[in-house]
Design a protein around this ligand. Structure first.
Ligand SMILES: Cc1cc2nc3c(=O)[nH]c(=O)nc-3n(C[C@H](O)[C@H](O)[C@H](O)COP(=O)(O)OP(=O)(O)OC[C@H]3O[C@@H](n4cnc5c(N)ncnc54)[C@H](O)[C@@H]3O)c2cc1C
Length: 473
């Protein structure tokens, strides 16, 4: 493939110049539509490693095009900022069924944001409303282990939030792979620039006055006033920036899979707090549910590697027969559970967003929801700063973002951490205390409403996108 040196500097006025320019310069930038991969697109580029002139120059560059990175990219692009996203993996791989077996409980406010960025319509055919949540301290009904369901149950009922009607659902469930497909389709429709597969190597904070560079493994450079790390809980940009994290290993692993069952779940999500960790049955469209089955690491590995027949027995024993027969409908994934909370969410010309800012225990299903709230808050801040012509990557800008996101992140992160510690043991005193706690909350309407509103994301000062409004320049 013939390569041509790029001219000394490209002066472009809009973000779309990067694609046009690369094509015109014959650097083999190919934007390939793959209808078979559900309209995902993949930009493949081969750039000479010695070339250091930016192939994109705009307002914001995002490292990581997972669920958080694409949500942020879409929000900023729609707001009128020049933004590009780089992800280490081809987007088509991320939508493959074997890529990520997790499903996510999305808060209502997160759905509003996904609607606002154009992904909602692609998402809805695959979502299941959560109508009720049943929290049980004990073992699933019908389980073979002694004990059965504990007497202390906590019922969250959507109708309580809007008496008289059916009420807004408490949230909705979506398989992550469909969320990724929906976001990728929205990105394609919006014309968001995505470089994938392109792994970010490092950033240069002050490559030029007011400008930072994201250097990719291929040698290509993306330039912006602000770099955003959406590269997950093991964020390499965070590590290279020297931002420390508060770490905790829960000595638990989550076995994640989808199951099919005989009877409809009626939109009920069940969370059983078992001695080794939570066991959640989360409703998906059809007679299917997503399981998050937490166990001690050794036990989880055994369950993860068990043959089909052995796992079927273990599943029936744990799940019980309250939904008739049950059988696996997907492969099994095993996730070690850890807490990784960043000391700061910002560094010089760098903002941490999503799991890069904090990866938390999935006990309350809030990890991605927090990431969506980061995206909405950062969008509001950047749009406001851009309007006034100030520096998007300045410390004052970044501090506004961090300040906005600190309290909510700490409250949810700490809350999930305490729940995980409190509900993952079998000490009789703690068991009695949490039983009392559950029945108390169950009896106090205000407390139930507080938890439902928090789970729905109706907390604190909501950014515009979470109120269903768009944020434009
Ligand atoms: C068992 C389990 C259940 C969960 N359930 C829920 C739930 O019900 N509700 C909820 O809200 N949350 C839930 N979560 C949390 C949720 O899955 C995460 O918060 C979410 O996936 C984080 O998304 P992200 O895009 O920030 O990070 P990631 O999904 O980790 O994506 C990071 C992206 O960055 C890319 N990348 C990495 N390094 C680089 C690099 N150097 N250069 C370029 N790209 C790079 C990767 O390819 C990837 O696409 C759960 C988590 C677990 C483990």
């Amino acid at each position: 493939m013939a390569r041509r040196a790029l001219p000394a500097r490209w002066v472009g006025s809009s973000a779309s110049w990067a694609v046009e320019y690369a094509a015109a310069a014959n650097v083999a930038y190919r934007l390939t539509l793959k209808p078979s991969a559900a309209f995902l697109y993949q930009a493949e580029r081969y750039v000479h490693p010695m070339i250091r002139e930016p192939i994109f120059s705009g307002d914001v560059v995002i490292s990581g095009g997972g669920m958080t990175g694409l949500t942020l990219g879409l929000a900023l692009h729609q707001a009128g900022l020049a933004v590009a996203v780089a992800d280490a993996q081809p987007l088509s791989d991320q939508a493959a069924p074997e890529h990520d077996g997790r499903s996510s409980a999305l808060a209502c406010t997160s759905m509003r944001m996904l609607d606002a960025v154009g992904a909602g319509a692609h998402l809805r055919p695959y979502t299941q409303s959560i109508k009720d949540i049943l929290v049980v301290d004990g073992r699933p009904y019908g389980g073979l282990k002694p004990g059965g369901p504990g007497p202390d149950q906590l019922h969250f009922d959507r109708r309580e939030l809007s008496p008289g009607g059916e009420g807004e659902p408490l949230g909705c469930m979506i398989e992550n792979r469909w969320a990724r497909v929906a976001l990728a389709k929205a990105a394609q429709e919006a014309g968001l620039i995505v470089f994938a597969p392109e792994r970010a190597s490092h950033m240069i904070e002050n490559a030029a006055p007011g400008r930072a560079h994201l250097v990719l493994d291929s040698g290509a450079v993306l330039e912006a006033a602000l770099i955003v790390a959406c590269d997950g809980r093991f964020s390499s940009l965070r590590q290279k920036a020297g931002v420390r994290t508060l770490d905790h290993a829960y000595h638990q692993k989550a076995i994640v899979l989808t199951v099919e069952h005989e009877h409809p779940h009626q939109g009920v999500a069940y969370e059983y707090f078992m001695p080794a960790g939570p066991f959640a049955i989360l409703p998906l469209p059809g007679n299917r549910s997503s399981l998050v089955w937490c166990e001690k690491p050794l036990c989880a590995d055994v369950l993860g590697n068990m043959d089909e027949a052995g796992f079927q027995d273990a599943l029936e024993a744990r799940f019980g027969d309250f939904l008739g027969w049950v059988k696996p409908a997907s492969p099994r994934w095993v996730h070690p559970l850890t807490l990784k909370f960043s000391e700061r969410f910002i560094h010089e010309r760098l903002a941490l967003v999503g799991d890069a800012a904090r990866g938390i225990h999935p006990i309350a299903g809030q990890g991605f929801n927090l990431g969506v709230r980061d995206c909405a808050a950062l969008t509001d801040v950047l749009v406001d700063v851009k309007r006034t012509g100030l520096d998007l990557g300045a410390e004052a800008t970044l501090q506004r973002y961090e300040h906005w996101r600190r309290t909510d992140s700490t409250a949810i992160g700490l809350g999930s951490h305490l729940l995980a510690l409190l509900f993952s043991n079998d000490y009789s005193v703690i068991r009695a205390a949490r039983g009392l706690g559950l029945s108390l909350v169950d009896k106090i309407g205000l407390a139930r409403k507080f938890f439902m509103r928090t789970a729905g994301g109706h907390v604190g000062d909501l950014p515009s996108l979470l109120r269903g409004k768009t944020s434009n320049l």
